[in-house]
Write a protein of this length. Structure first.
Length: 510
């Protein structure tokens, strides 16, 4: 005998046919589904993957088969049906054409969910992102979207589409950090009194990232028979026992030192005690419910105007300024009014946000890998007559590969010691010859990005430059492997001490 449907299931199934029969609902869902992987949900279970929506009638067809809601990827694909389980990151990069930044606020307390959403939007606005999509999740949370169009398509010579999920996670970490600061300013005076009996994570916070630190003890174990010992890092309160590797008798614990360690920054209080607050605080990140799990390959989220199985409410879109006044009853599926979830943003509108987030991540979370110590090359004559043919060709203006050309030129000019003002003059003069021109905001962001980091050598000859149609080698080109080496050889003759020193520097850098 089959189990009878639950009250929740009966409630939602009563309205699915009526709701999804609405042509406006079908149009809204299909419009957002373009080039996304879409998966229907059949109350408690999902349908087959990969799948997509091609026609409005597909929606009602799936509902007639039992679908109650529709979920889609934040990644954008050239053909979602070509996705296969177990594909490598490189294979997915070839199929992916972009991604939206999708911020999922999953807070248990609706009033604080509103405050969290407003804090996130304030941080986005402060970082130059004004056009933001907001929708109610259908339960107690929110989905906030910054569309793919808002992000630069390359950052420092790497296609942004291929930086998923690392780059969106860096963005959310940055937004999360500053949103907590914003949220703190808007908490009611009795906030901690309200939550004193609530089971919310509390502890000592890391000053760098505001995460709750983990408490460890550095314990010393000793074997009284063999007179040997060892040191172990354990969670405070651990009951683990260890044996002597020689006689197999149980170690006795002699002493231990307690300390804090940030799970994200990997900073500990033994080495940097000032990095940790002195008082126990509530974990506002947990309260905000910013879900980083959503930012993962092929992860799905509820589509705009899809129903929610638990509440039978619609995931409605609303104006970002109307969050405070919104109530769940406003998501009554029979009363919804259609709005576009994807805002009409400016091309590259989120460039400032991206650069700030990456700088913050590099300075606070991850130490930059040191592959070598860059040694500047002392070149006296940096005039364009000494540039290799490929760089001279770039300076005449290009039609295709403009962004790759800019990447190569920035690295080339920095590697030969060009000052910032001169570098900007050369690059902006070049851009006047490009057809069409690159946007000045894009150029400025690439220069700013480069100047905040150690210089990189430009790509070696010849494949990269052949790819953008500027490789026309002369006799000297056959003797070099990198455009910078061309300038070194033009400046100095063999036997010259300066030449030898710069040649050695180039080898070390390259």
């Amino acid at each position: 005998m089959e189990n009878s449907p639950s009250i929740k299931e009966e409630r939602i199934r009563k309205i699915t046919h009526v709701y999804y029969s609405n042509p406006e609902i079908q149009k809204a869902i299909l419009s957002f589904a373009a080039n996304r992987e879409v998966c229907p949900r059949y109350f408690e279970g999902f349908g087959k993957r990969p799948d997509f929506l091609e026609y409005e009638s597909d929606i009602l067809g799936l509902v007639k088969k039992g679908a109650t809601s529709f979920h889609c990827s934040e990644e954008i694909w050239n053909n979602p049906l070509n996705i296969q389980t177990g594909m490598t990151p490189d294979d997915l990069n070839k199929l992916r054409t972009g991604w939206d930044l999708l911020i999922d606020i999953d807070c248990k307390w609706f009033d604080y969910s509103k405050l969290a959403a407003r804090a996130v939007i304030k941080v986005l606005n402060d970082n130059g992102v004004k056009n933001i999509g907001v929708k109610f999740s259908g339960s107690k949370g929110w989905h906030i979207i910054v569309p793919w169009k808002a992000f630069p398509k390359e950052i420092h010579g790497v296609e942004t589409k291929n930086l998923f999920p690392k780059l969106p996670r860096d963005l959310i970490n940055y937004i999360r950090f500053y949103s907590e600061k914003e949220l703190k300013q808007n908490l009611p005076a009795d906030f901690f009194e309200q939550f004193k009996s609530v089971n919310i994570k509390r502890g000592i916070k890391c000053r760098t990232c505001q995460e709750i630190a983990t408490e460890y003890e550095l314990a010393e174990f000793f074997c009284d028979r063999c007179k040997i010992g060892e040191q172990r890092k354990l969670p405070v309160g651990s009951k683990d026992e260890f044996k002597c590797p020689v006689c197999r008798n149980k170690f006795s614990q002699k002493k231990s030192i307690q300390f804090y360690e940030c799970p994200k920054c990997k900073i500990n209080s033994r080495e940097n005690s000032n990095n940790f607050l002195k008082t126990i605080e509530a974990d506002l990140f947990e309260l905000m419910g910013l879900d980083l799990i959503l930012v993962s390959p092929r992860h799905l989220f509820r589509m705009p105007y899809s129903l929610h199985e638990k509440t039978a409410l619609a995931s409605v879109v609303l104006d970002k300024n109307k969050i405070s006044d919104f109530q769940p009853k406003d998501a009554d599926p029979l009363k919804v009014k259609i709005k576009n979830f994807t805002p009409d943003c400016r091309e590259g509108e989120a460039t400032q946000l991206l650069v700030q987030a990456l700088d913050w991540d590099r300075e606070n979370i991850h130490e930059e890998k040191k592959t070598f110590e860059f040694k500047p090359i002392n070149i006296e004559d940096k005039s364009e007559k000494n540039f290799p043919p490929c760089i001279q060709k770039i300076l005449l203006g290009v039609k295709d590969g403009k962004k790759r050309s800019l990447f190569a030129l920035i690295n080339f000019l920095r590697s030969i010691g060009t000052e910032k003002l001169e570098m900007e003059r050369i690059i902006y003069t070049l851009n006047e010859k490009n057809e069409p021109k690159l946007q000045q905001g894009y150029i400025a962001s690439q220069i700013s990005w480069a100047l905040k980091r150690k210089p990189l050598m430009p790509s070696n000859c010849r494949e990269f430059y052949q790819g953008i149609g500027v490789c026309f080698p002369d006799d000297l080109c056959s003797k070099i492997k990198n455009p910078v080496n061309y300038v070194v050889r033009k400046n100095f003759k063999p036997g010259n001490k300066k030449y030898s020193k710069n040649k050695d520097n180039f080898k070390n850098n390259n």
